[in-house]
Design a protein around this ligand. Structure first.
Ligand code: PEP
Length: 254
């Protein structure tokens, strides 16, 4: 019997925001966080790396955590333009999204590189949020489980169990991201159950790895999605840029 797992709601701002508008958004989250982030709901925001210092300054005293949307596969070195996980940790970050479908699609990130990034995040004390998900074409051709299985297997093969026990996995069907067309609760639950079984088959200690759903989560569908047995919360893109929507999604996770 699995223990009661905490819920997570994490915002992914993508490449949005400027200092002034970030401040308004972050202050609204701090004001609402008392009710949004209770003992059983962990709330975080993954901001563009240049705004880590701002997130640290504004969120330090709040029950909110912050992080980045990607990290380098290397700890340091001649990798112009890259941000090392340890640099994010210097600014109090505790989360790092890795393997987002936009990184896979536009930057050619393969699952082996995603696994390296997850390891670098763990090395720096960050929680990697490992994103997996299929395209519409893959779903329609019946390849969903093969694609998502291969993506998670690459991470399961590369990391030790002790590290894997500290990751979070986000199932984000590519066709649902930013499209307004969320997966149904049944479609999402089916893939979460699949991922949970895959993790548990590697080691029983991985059965309780938090599994987040991402893809057009909104205040009006969050509760149904988060109510599914194997869905432990959400990774929220567009709706995380509107404080009212994001806080309503956090409330739906309680
Ligand atoms: C995302 O980018 O991780 C995401 C889930 O986006 P959206 O909520 O906008 O679909």
């Amino acid at each position: 019997m699995s223990k009661q797992r905490a819920k997570w709601v994490v915002g992914n701002w993508k490449m949005h925001g400027r200092l002034a508008e970030n401040e308004v958004l972050l202050r609204a989250l701090v004001d609402g966080a008392g009710t949004a982030a209770t003992g059983t709901v962990r709330v975080g925001v993954c901001v563009p790396a240049p705004y880590l210092a701002q997130a640290e300054a504004l969120l330090r005293e709040a029950p909110l955590v912050w992080g980045v949307q990607d990290v380098s596969a290397y700890a340091e070195g001649a990798y112009t333009g890259e941000v090392a996980a340890g640099m994010a940790a210097d600014f109090g970050a505790t989360l790092a999204i890795v393997g987002h479908s936009e990184r896979r699609a536009y930057h050619g990130e393969r699952s082996e590189v995603v696994a390296l990034k997850a390891q670098r995040a763990l090395d720096a004390g960050l929680t990697p949020i490992v994103c997996v998900g299929e395209t519409l074409e893959q779903r329609e051709s019946g390849a969903t489980q093969a694609v998502v299985g291969a993506q998670i297997d690459a991470v399961l093969a590369a990391l030790p169990v002790a590290g894997l026990a500290r990751i979070v996995v986000a199932y984000e069907p590519v066709w649902a991201i930013g499209t307004g067309k969320s997966a149904t609760a049944e479609q999402a639950q089916e893939m979460h159950a699949f991922l949970r079984a895959r993790l548990a088959s590697k080691d029983a200690a991985l059965a309780d790895v938090p599994l987040l759903y991402g893809g057009s989560v909104k205040p009006d569908n969050a509760q149904t999605l988060f109510g599914q047995k194997d869905i432990d919360g959400g990774l929220i893109g567009g709706a995380s840029l509107k404080s009212q929507d994001f806080l309503a999604i956090c409330a739906a996770a309680r």
